[in-house]
Design a protein around this ligand. Sequence first.
Ligand SMILES: [Fe+2]
Ligand SMILES: [Fe+2]
Length: 215
Amino acid sequence: MNIEKEIRNVKEDARGYFEGVFGSHDWDHVERVYKLALHIGEKEGADLEVLKLAAYLHDIGRPEQAKTKGKVCHAEHGAKLAKEILARNGFDQAMIDRVSKCIEAHRLSVRREHKSLESKVLFDADTIDSLGAIGLGRLFSFAGSIGAKVHNKDVDVTVNHEYTTEDTPYWYFMNRGKDAPKRMFTKEGRRIAQARYEFMGKFFKRINAEVDGAK
Ligand SMILES: [Fe+2]
Ligand SMILES: [Fe+2]
């Protein structure tokens, strides 16, 4: 088996799920997560073949989650789809299990057990792409796509506002993003997440001040 060729084939299969998908969870996100996962994975001594496959396939369940407005979990659904794609491309059961388990556990908002280093690295890489300047861009793009407000500094951050008008970047940051650096599994992931988190904190401090009339 020419593994690099098979990985390329899986990449093309995965890309097919992103045609017409809106900006915040598009194929560009997948490419960024891929790069971050390899960067962290190399430092951690992870299995890069598992990581490459998991990164390419991790969000293929997204269109279904969007269509059902969150009723279908894209991590669970994506893991099922990934199993079929990997089997079709000739990967053995051991590899199929390793990759699909990473996909199943990658969501920040659903706490699942991470059974391997590769699962932890994918989680860190995917979470990091929701932080920093790119994270802000993605959050505003997502809010726009579901018709949420631009900002509400007085939102109840303890309540789940997913897919409502209160599903704003600020709510997401205060409800989910806030703990992200602490939830990183790898040292390099924590370093990057912390830097990006601090940048977002400054941004939201400023936006809150502007809502209060800062000139
Ligand atoms: Fe995801
Ligand atoms: Fe993702």
